[in-house]
Write a protein that binds this ligand. Sequence first.
Ligand SMILES: Cc1cc2nc3c(=O)[nH]c(=O)nc-3n(C[C@H](O)[C@H](O)[C@H](O)COP(=O)(O)O)c2cc1C
Length: 382
Amino acid sequence: MDQTPHPADPSILFTPITLNKTTFRNRWAMPAMQRGMCEAGSPSPALADYYGRRAQGGTALIIGESAAVDHPSATIQPTSAHITPATRDGWARCVDAVRSHGGEMMLQLWHEGAMRTDGQALSASGLAHPGKPSGRAATLDELAEIRDGFARSARIAQEIGACGVEVHAAHGYFLDQFLWHGSNIRDDGYGGPLIAHRARFPAEIVSAIRAECGPDFLISLRFSQWKEVDYDAKVAPSPDELAEMARIFRDAGVDVLHASTRRFWEAEWDGDNRNLAGWTKAGAGLPVITVGSVGLDTDVMDVFMKEIDPRPRVGIAIEDLARRMAAGEFDMVAVGRALIGDPDFVSKVEAGDYDAIRTFTRADLGQLEWDLSIVEEAHATQ
Ligand SMILES: Cc1cc2nc3c(=O)[nH]c(=O)nc-3n(C[C@H](O)[C@H](O)[C@H](O)COP(=O)(O)O)c2cc1C
């Protein structure tokens, strides 16, 4: 990375960027966030309005909330979205709403794996984390079926006009359960001590989507070191392992890597200021998205688990983001809760009107009907 000091000119955050064949009007994205606005797995008209409103407020890329792929094992959460033929029209309404306001939409493909709580979960090794058995390891035949479910759901996204999909391999869910040594003890070439083995199945999913949707369809892969069940976990304990994993995904067909952190300003390793996204970009040479507490002083998990209301932290964040982007650390910035709190966050930042931004509060989330029992139990015993 260029180590010379860079001026913090926010205008860099408002320059267009092209990823694969899709051009985004600026560098701002909204990350996937489950909002409980689906009926029988299909986004409601209210959810389409909500996405469209964020595009209207200037956000270039809207990433749909995590949606279960077309396989019966994917989730049992009652309010979750699904991407199946039955929910196609609901998602088409969302994509149309975003595009009508000049934005682009990707849909996030998700499977909860061992986070599923009914004992029927399929996952890498039947483990939500080292101390938590849940369901059982998927057989190779089941893995092939699940892979095909990801590809079918991606095809639906493509058919309704989404510019791409994001493969959810973060935060301790199904594909992250493969990536993390703590939840993957398979000995069949898909698990164990080597990152090359643990990344194999997520990479096969990417390849299957690429084969199904062709070369021009944008594929993002979201990963994280941290898990909801263990904030200190590391998928890649060293820069070399991170680079190896990132290159495996690049070679499988990923266009952009979304490196999920809880606070974007934190250095990933000592002795270098770069965050996880910066190290990822250096490792694979792919465009990357950064995320984590943009505009707020409290991270997402503390809001969920400690019930803290964040305070605004806008000016310092924008300066830091602009400086890091100018230095080549990352290419896009995802803003989660701050965009729930104010759909015009991006246009207000562009106008320099930071004081006008309405700060997110927990009350904005409403009643989240989400089973967090495995997460709560993990933190109670740590
Ligand atoms: C209500 C809520 C729901 C979320 N749902 C998802 C999800 O469906 N998929 C995902 O990858 N991350 C999900 N996240 C994490 C966000 O995408 C994001 O990474 C996190 O909130 C950090 O960004 P922020 O600090 O700007 O909010 C969710 C976060 C919130 C607040």
